[in-house]
Design a protein around this ligand. Sequence first.
Ligand code: ADP
Ligand code: MG
Length: 320
Amino acid sequence: MIALLKSHLDGDDQEFLSVAMQAAAHEARLGHASIAQQLRDLIDEAKRRASAVQSRSGQLIVLEPRGELANLLSVETPSARLSDMALPEALSERLNRVLLEQRQQKRLSEHGLNARRKLLFIGPPGTGKTMTASALAGELHSPLFTIMLEGLITKFMGETAAKLRSVFEAIRQTRGVYLFDEFDALGAHRHQPNDVGEIRRVLNSFLQLIEKDKSQSLIVAATNHPELLDRALFRRFDDVIEYGLPDTDIAKEVLTRKLAVFQATDVEWSRILPQAGGLSHADLARASEEAAKHAVLGGSTRITSEALLTAIQERKAASR
Ligand SMILES: Nc1ncnc2c1ncn2[C@@H]1O[C@H](COP(=O)(O)OP(=O)(O)O)[C@@H](O)[C@H]1O
Ligand SMILES: [Mg+2]
């Protein structure tokens, strides 16, 4: 009974139902078959409703009365995992620490401690920032809400700020992973590229909202342009995680992962890898895909060094 009440007060639905299941089992053991059955029926009903509430509250966000959030948030439930990514040891450790603290949020808060949950990802395009947000949501079995900057940014500063506030209201109400992707674009719209003052003002209001936020959601902001941000603002994040172009080992890992279902035993890595320098993870993933397509269209699943080299050269030319 105490455990039941406690889980209810904590809003921990899963724990609540699991305690209720134990109660049902207990009644069954006592020979109270009918009570046990009633409990089980109620639990089944609660589970059905829980998923309805879940999807409805997902909808509620998207179909808020004023219809406002519909243009601001998109939601998905990613299945990606960190293990799908080729990550250097140090980065992998930092991300796993985020997951650990998220999973132990309750335990930390019982001791007055806060789990890391405001993250800033910085680094060049195609190095895995967006993918990481998705993998974190996947690992936490949490919905990923991506803030749609196109919907957020209007030509009126005041309006943009109001929309930002409603996004933060959603962050407070519905726990999840919230991704402000390429958030340096905030305020960049319809302004001269050199109107940095305006960009800064919108960014500042965003950073103030982040600082005030006391929700349980994981907030990820990602940017390719950290130079637009005042370094002092980095303090508002629990963690600033830097992404970079892959080194040779990681490059090989990205290439081979993409080729996992193909025969890549003939590939002469000593010829390939020196050519891969300067390419991002995204470029490498694309090159692998091109080489694989080339093989398939040639009627084989065997990847040749030549095909991979050509694909890499093409990516290089394209990214220049
Ligand atoms: N660490 C990684 N391991 C494997 N593939 C990666 C990694 N980082 C990026 N990729 C590949 O590059 C693509 C683009 O990455 P993304 O996360 O969108 O980059 P960013 O957000 O930094 O611009 C991904 O969809 C994936 O195919
Ligand atoms: Mg991205």
